[in-house]
Ligand binder design. Structure first.
Ligand code: UDP
Length: 337
């Protein structure tokens, strides 16, 4: 296939670019490097079948040209990361809604397939766990900026599904749960790279709130596999899918586990949400996907256990910081051996 990946220099986008190229597909990426980084795709530059454009999805003449050349558009360009969203809510709404509008408008011209990356954040504060794709979505007040992200992504989903229904554009919506892996930056708030960096530097590991909130973390390679299979499965069109991992861990346990795997002596500290994100911040206590729908359609089953994911991330972070790779004994323990 000829793929266009918007946000292709980001964490997930660059792994998707790796995967598609390795499978023999042609890959074009469009990224404005707002949260992505060219280093993420450095190894791909110059490879046959790979081209990149450093620009925004809001540059519609360029977007039109790139969509026209593609068979499938993976629309991953977005404002992401709780820290960024809380700091820049206007930018979040404009980028997420405007970008998706532009992609769908261009895709509609020749009915190009679009895979829209949405988020588990749309389930909001719902406690109807595990989250099913057809469940109610429960957001907080508009005065609480965090919800702008979920709301902007919900609007993207509505737009995508409506464009499919009204204009016959083949659209697939995926709700990505907390995805982790090498190259993810902690700069915009994501917990795993933040804790790994803090542990490796011997700095305090910052647990927000009481640490009893939980998440289920998904390996980026599983997300790439799911996106690729869904893009080529005709029955996925017009549908919404969770992509995640069923295993839950509390944030306090996560901090302990990262400290153990790194052999760090960093203290674990509790930081009130207000101090981390400003007054009135609301977190969600749990977030677990129901994976029945995607398993039935494409046989998706998460393939990597959390300690193995964490070890790979720690090794990558050590390499990037010029520190030695981890003790092989730790690898063995992490793999459950
Ligand atoms: N978190 C934390 N310390 C940090 C960053 C995040 O305790 O330094 C918490 C955050 O409050 C949330 C969880 O870790 O409960 C996951 O945060 P992240 O921003 O990675 O993803 P979210 O699931 O909130 O979108």
């Amino acid at each position: 296939m000829r793929a266009l990946i918007t946000g292709g220099a980001g964490f997930i986008g660059s792994h998707l670019a790796d995967g598609l190229l390795a499978a023999g597909h042609e890959v074009n990426i469009l990224d404005d490097l707002s949260t992505g980084a060219i280093e993420n795709v450095d190894p791909l530059i110059g490879k046959a079948g790979f081209r990149y454009w450093i620009d925004s999805v809001m540059n519609e003449p360029l977007l039109a040209e790139l969509v026209d050349r593609a068979d499938v558009v993976f629309h991953l360009a977005a404002a992401v990361g709780v820290q960024l969203i809380v700091d820049r809510p206007t930018h979040t709404i404009e980028t997420n809604v405007g970008g998706t509008e532009a992609v769908l408008r261009q895709a509609a011209k020749k009915k190009k397939k679009v895979v829209i990356a949405s988020t588990s954040e749309v389930y909001g504060k719902s406690m109807d766990l595990p989250f099913r794709e057809d469940a109610d979505l429960v957001l907080g007040a508009t005065s609480r900026h965090r919800w702008a992200y979920a709301c902007s992504k919900m609007l993207d989903e509505f737009l995508g599904l409506a464009t499919h229904r009204e204009k016959g554009v083949p659209v697939v919506v995926v709700r990505l749960f907390n995805t982790i892996g090498p190259r993810q930056t902690g700069r915009y708030g994501m917990v795993v790279p933040r804790f790994v960096e803090q542990a490796l530097r011997g700095e305090p590991i910052t647990i927000y709130g009481d640490g009893r909130q939980s998440r289920s973390f998904t390996w980026v390679g599983d997300v790439v596999r799911a996106l690729t299979l869904l893009a080529t499965e005709p029955r996925a069109v017009g549908e919404v899918f969770n992509v995640g991992h069923g295993a839950e861990i509390t944030i306090a346990e996560l901090a302990e586990e990262i400290r153990r795997l790194t052999g760090s002596t960093s203290p674990l500290i509790r930081v009130p949400y207000e101090r981390a994100y400003g007054p009135g911040f609301e977190d969600m206590p749990r977030r677990v996907p129901d994976l029945t729908k995607i398993r039935r359609l494409i046989g998706y089953v998460p393939s990597v256990a959390l300690p193995v994911m964490l070890q790979a991330i720690i090794d990558d972070a050590r390499l990037r910081h010029g520190l030695e790779a981890s003790d092989p004994a730790l690898h063995f323990a992490a793999a459950g051996g």
